[in-house]
Design a binder for this molecule. Structure first.
Ligand SMILES: Cc1ncc(COP(=O)(O)O)c(C=O)c1O
Length: 469
């Protein structure tokens, strides 16, 4: 029977050791001793070597997801007589290794700051495959992007067109630019994730866009590449994308001369499964429908089908990541449900929390978990996996059934943490960010070293010895 404090979507598992398909990296497996392994490497071995918390990234999972997205776009574009590009959204997760794997898979990069751009370039991403975004790019960032030779800058406000034009003139070059359009489409998502609503900071209205395209055409150091929209994140249904494409295509037909082919960039936002309850639609079907839709609108208008671009982030890196934690404390907490009935929730405190995964606290995101160091057949108990920070909202997994004998010393694994966990991490309570390790074909290697308290102290000029002092 379901626990009275359990959310409706969470079923009591027949086996609280089982791994839900689509939530965990495909290489995840239980060994004979019951422990979990990823990419052929056991969780216990990883924690013994690198400590916990630990971000684990399955290299093959990430690379294959990137290639799969590229292939889906390419195939759908070919059948519509056009071409397509995929820019991986670096904000989801960018490190030198990720940049290498994404480049090798043939994708470009959407970078949203000078820092993301620097990591992508340092990791070997070709500058000509970078697209620079953001609603407040500094002049320094614009200059670095143009000097590096990025493929395109996505303009988010008219003043940016003037800034980019002036800097391009100084550098003696012509900058390719697009305009981010606020299509007004409300994606089916959490409010804070919706980035194409009317009352928010991103993009320009269709009317403002039309006027800005004219201005850009009159600027000697800009060349206009096309239109961009991003309607939100963690979207499962195709309708929002199709509606945004319809609105963007209307604008495209109004601003692009009929004999020209420009770019329509429809952003990212493709949803993934964080728990058994998440059922994302078939990716090839969703992306294919969007591209076919643009194709049929273009054919109906008698123009060439635009070059199409997408910016998936979490769809590529999210399911490739698992975070490993060590359990320090377990505590049954008696609470009363909505009907006043007393029930017990087992709090499982781990050695990380909102500093390595802010999404639950920030967006009420849902996650799942399993004991990774052993198998247990004790009765499933409803647990809440919490961190060690001084906030009652410091929750990693709000509700999950784990074997009821979960205990201090167990390693707990939380899947689907490859996107927006490391990139949103902090030093709250002076915890160092965890290390990140890649697993691949039975081997493992460090991707990013963990931060230590010494690293934190070294930046603090009130306590650290200055160089030479
Ligand atoms: C402009 C833009 N493109 C792409 C993305 C990637 O979104 P997702 O990781 O949901 O695919 C984002 C996310 O915020 C974004 O703002």
């Amino acid at each position: 029977m379901a626990h009275p404090l359990s959310p409706d979507w969470l079923d009591v598992p027949r086996d609280a050791n089982a791994l839900h398909q689509g939530v965990w990296p495909r290489s995840s497996a239980r060994a004979d001793n019951g422990g979990l392994s990823f990419g052929g490497v056991s969780a216990e071995e990883l924690v013994a070597e690198y400590g916990s918390p630990l971000y684990v990234v399955d290299q093959a999972e990430l690379s294959e997801r990137a290639k799969n997205f590229r292939d889906i776009v390419q195939e759908a574009c070919e059948r519509n007589n056009t071409t397509g590009s995929v820019y991986y959204a670096s904000k989801a997760l960018i490190t030198g290794h990720v940049a290498q794997w994404i480049s090798a898979a043939g994708l470009g990069f959407d970078v949203a700051s000078g820092g993301e751009m620097a990591i992508a370039l340092a990791g070997g991403a070709p500058a000509g495959r970078l697209e620079f975004q953001g609603n407040n790019k500094s002049e320094g960032e614009i200059r670095s992007a143009l000097e590096a030779g990025v493929a395109c800058i996505v303009i988010d406000a008219p003043i940016e067109a003037q800034r980019i034009n002036a800097i391009a003139a100084e550098l003696g070059l012509v900058a390719s630019v697009m305009i981010r359009v606020n299509t007004g489409v409300h994606a089916e998502t959490h409010e804070y994730l919706a980035t194409a609503r009317e009352d928010q900071k991103f993009g320009l209205s269709p009317e403002e866009t039309t006027a800005l395209v004219q201005d850009i055409r009159g600027m000697g150091h800009l060349t206009f590449e096309g239109l961009h929209s991003h309607i939100g994140s963690q979207i499962f249904q195709v309708e929002g994308f199709v509606e945004a494409a319809t609105r963007l295509m209307e604008l495209y037909l109004a601003v692009i001369p009929r004999h020209e082919r420009a770019t329509l960039n429809l952003g990212g936002g493709f949803g993934i499964a964080y728990t058994e309850a998440d059922r994302p639609g078939d990716l090839a079907g969703i992306v294919g429908q969007i591209i076919d839709h643009v194709g049929s609108l273009a054919r109906a208008a008698g123009v060439a089908v635009p070059h199409l671009a997408f910016e998936p982030g979490r769809m590529i890196s999210g399911p490739a990541g698992v975070t490993l934690y060590s359990v320090g404390v377990t505590k049954p907490v008696k609470v009363h449900d909505d009907d006043g009935l007393e029930a017990t929730r087992l709090y499982v405190s781990v050695d990380g929390g909102m500093s390595d995964n802010a999404r639950t606290a920030l967006y009420k995101a849902t996650y799942s978990a399993r004991i990774a160091s052993r198998e247990s057949h004790s009765e499933p108990a409803l647990v809440r996996v919490v961190g060690k920070h001084c906030e009652s909202g410091d929750i990693v997994v709000d509700a999950e059934y784990l074997p009821g004998d979960v205990a201090p010393g167990d390693i707990v694994a939380v899947p689907a943490t490859g996107a927006y966990c490391y990139s949103l991490s902090s030093n709250y309570n002076a915890l160092g960010r965890p290390p990140m390790v890649a697993v691949h074909e039975g081997g493992h290697h460090l991707m990013v070293a963990g931060e230590t308290v010494d690293d934190i102290l070294a930046r603090d000029r009130g306590v650290s010895r200055q160089p030479g002092s």
